[in-house]
Structures are given as structure tokens and as C-alpha cells.
Design a protein around this ligand. Structure first.
Ligand SMILES: *Cc1c(COP(=O)(O)O)cnc(C)c1O
Length: 361
């Protein structure tokens, strides 16, 4: 079997060791004679897996005891609705920061439940930067402030955490969670779909500060009710057991690799190498993103001659570099380099890009 380097934005590559462990345990989990996918979520074997995954997430992110961690379904976009439904608490409006595709989707879904005030936007730059905090117009009556720390499609990442005073800060961390250390205490709610940097699709991680529980509107679906799910250990309904199990293996893998400090070092090095290659190409490749907020995780870039796009993709695939096609809304290329992308994959990509530009430039 040959594995290729998969630069897809999500569902994304997983660590080889984790996949091999899943394979080895798939038909007989720890001598039980059954698969984890066949096990009751209330079984003590699964409960131990679930609790260990939660403990490892809390340890890796240094989540204070005043926060709950939830393992839910519904994806990040389920949270686009869950956030207003859980946090409005009788208020009529919320502030959103618009930095691109995923912020816009959050704004449009949020707008179904409350009056959305777009407190800042980088639309004028074509979403190639983040709006500096001194340009934000926050409303004192907002129930929360929502932003997207890393825009997965635009490749724009906040290099700083916004300051919102007493108003809870809510972050869609789907494509940046676990890529580096963050101070969880700065946030009211953090949520992330697992399929970028945590594990398989189907699992959504929510980290919520205790004082924000119990504000839910009565009509919030029970499966999305933070307080109810916190009280029931995320098992009000059947959780995504297989995805939770694999996420646990990924978290354990991150711990063995040195935790988030080590992840951040490697991720920064990978990103630096790829951006350096783009910037040194004499315009053959181009990154549209402001150098101050270039994402470590998702690197969109274009070829000066777009007619070469399909041949670039073909030749890259021929040397085992796949899923590099950019999002249809942006075009060009995009290399996603989550924790599980080995540095060797980025080195191989950089070498390929240099050779390609020499041949075609
Ligand atoms: C992928 C992604 C989403 C969408 O997640 P779903 O799990 O498909 O709902 C939302 N926000 C960001 C930042 C993403 O990267």
C-alpha cells in the first residue's frame, strides 16, 4: 500500500500511526471480541475511551475546570445555529466579524435567530487580511461576539485574539484548533468540526464556559443544548462513537509528539517553507494573503498562468501530492497542512513546486 500526501482541507489527512491502530483494533477492541463501532456508548469500555479523550483534550489545550467540553454531532454549521440558540438569553442582537467564506455562513445562519451586527469586515481587501481591532464597532448590547480565527478557504488567520471585555467571545476554530496553544480563558465558546485537525467527520467539539450554560432558548433542539449535553456527558443522544474514538487516538498521538508547543513549532516551520517557496518564485506562484495573517494551516496560492493549473495538479498527483485544487470560489491551488501532514510532505511539495516553475517558468 502506498500512502500519498493528502493536502485536502477536510475531511483531511490523519496520522498514519492512528490509522494503523484503528485497523489493528477494528474487529476486536482491547480483547472484547467486538468492534468499537458495535459497542454501546454506555459500555464501560467506551466510557473509558470517551473520558480519556476528554481528559487529553483538556490537558493539551489547558482548558480550565470552569469550562465544559462537549462531543456533539451537527458539524461546525450546526454550531452556527447552536451559538445563538444557546447564548442569546433574551437579547436581540449579536456582533459578528466578517473575514470571508465561513464568517459569512455563520452570519447568515445566525441571522435566522437574531439581529446580526457585522462589527468589522475585511471584505474591502477581498478578504486577504483581518480587520484591526481598533476598527471594530462592537455593540454594548450584543449577546456575544463571533469570529473565525482561521478562514479555511481564504487562508487568512488571526495572529491575535480579539478583546471583547465582558461580552463573550465565540470562535469557530474548526481549521486551527490544536495547531498551537491558545489561552482558552479569553473565550466564552470555542467550537470545531473534527474533520480538519481532530479526527473524522461527524464529531463536533464544543468548549463552553460554565456561566454561559443555562441561557438556552426553550425551543433549542435538545441535542444542541449545551447545558443538557454537559449534564449528560455529551450522551443525551448517541454520540458519534467511532469519530470520538479516533479523535481520542489523535489526541494521544499529539501528546506523544510533544503537545501543542511541538505542533506549533512544526506547523510554523511547514508554513514558512511553503510561503518562502511561493515568495521566491519570482511571481510564478502568488499568495494573495497579507503576510501578517497568512494561515499556518491552509495556504491558497495561484499560478501566474492559470492555463498551467490542470497540468500542475496532474504532475503533482503523479508524485503523490493530492487534493491541491483550490476551493471553487477562489480557484488556483490550496495546500492544507494540518498537524497530521508530515513535514516531509511539505518538503516534497516545495521541491515539486520549484521544479515545476523551473520547467514551465
Ligand atoms: C469546514 C469548516 C466549517 C464547516 O464545517 P461542517 O462541519 O461541515 O459544518 C465551518 N467553519 C470552518 C472554519 C471550517 O473550516
Amino acid at each position: 500500500m502506498t500512502r500519498v500526501f493528502n493536502f485536502g482541507a477536510g475531511p483531511a489527512t490523519l496520522p498514519q500511526e492512528v490509522l494503523e491502530q484503528v485497523q489493528a483494533e477494528l474487529t476486536d477492541l482491547h480483547g472484547t471480541g467486538i468492534s468499537v463501532t458495535e459497542m454501546s456508548h454506555r459500555d464501560k469500555g467506551f466510557m473509558a475511551i470517551a473520558q480519556q479523550a476528554e481528559a487529553d483534550l483538556r490537558e493539551l489545550m489547558a482548558i480550565p475546570s470552569s469550562y465544559k467540553t462537549l462531543f456533539l454531532q451537527g458539524g461546525a454549521q450546526g454550531q452556527f445555529a447552536a451559538v445563538p440558540l444557546n447564548l442569546l438569553d433574551g437579547k436581540a442582537n449579536a456582533d459578528y466579524i466578517n473575514t470571508g467564506h465561513w464568517s459569512k455562513r455563520a452570519i447568515s445562519e445566525g441571522g435566522r435567530y437574531c439581529k446580526v451586527n457585522v462589527a468589522a469586515s475585511s471584505e474591502a481587501s477581498g478578504f486577504t487580511t483581518v480587520p484591526p481591532q481598533d476598527q471594530w464597532i462592537l455593540s454594548p448590547s450584543a449577546a456575544y461576539v463571533h469570529y473565525t480565527p482561521n478562514e479555511t478557504i481564504g487562508g487568512v488567520e488571526f495572529p491575535w485574539i480579539p478583546e471583547t471585555g465582558d461580552i463573550p467571545l465565540v470562535a469557530d476554530m474548526s481549521s486551527t484548533i490544536l495547531s498551537r496553544r491558545v489561552d482558552v480563558r479569553r473565550f466564552g465558546v470555542i467550537y470545531a468540526g473534527a474533520q480538519k485537525n481532530i479526527g473524522p467527520a461527524g464529531l463536533t467539539v464544543v468548549i463552553v464556559r460554565d456561566d454561559l450554560l443555562g441561557r438556552a432558548r426553550s425551543e433549542v433542539p435538545s441535542v444542541l443544548n449545551y447545558k443538557l449535553q454537559a449534564e449528560q456527558g455529551s450522551m443525551f443522544n448517541t454520540p458519534p462513537t467511532f469519530a470520538w474514538y479516533v479523535a481520542g487516538l489523535v489526541l494521544d498521538w499529539i501528546k506523544r509528539k510533544g503537545g501543542l508547543t511541538a505542533m506549533a513549532e512544526i506547523n510554523k516551520r511547514k508554513a514558512d517553507k511553503l510561503y518562502a517557496c511561493i515568495d521566491a518564485s519570482g511571481g510564478f506562484y502568488h499568495s494573495p494573503v497579507d503576510p501578517d495573517c497568512r494561515s499556518w494551516m491552509n495556504v491558497p496560492f495561484t499560478l501566474a498562468d492559470g492555463r498551467l493549473d490542470s497540468i500542475f495538479l496532474e504532475q503533482a498527483a503523479a508524485v503523490g501530492l493530492v487534493q491541491l485544487k483550490g476551493h471553487r470560489s477562489v480557484g488556483g491551488m490550496r495546500a492544507s497542512m494540518y498537524n497530521a501532514m508530515p513535514e516531509e510532505g511539505v518538503d516534497t511539495l516545495v521541491q515539486f513546486m520549484q521544479q515545476f516553475s523551473q520547467k514551465k517558468g
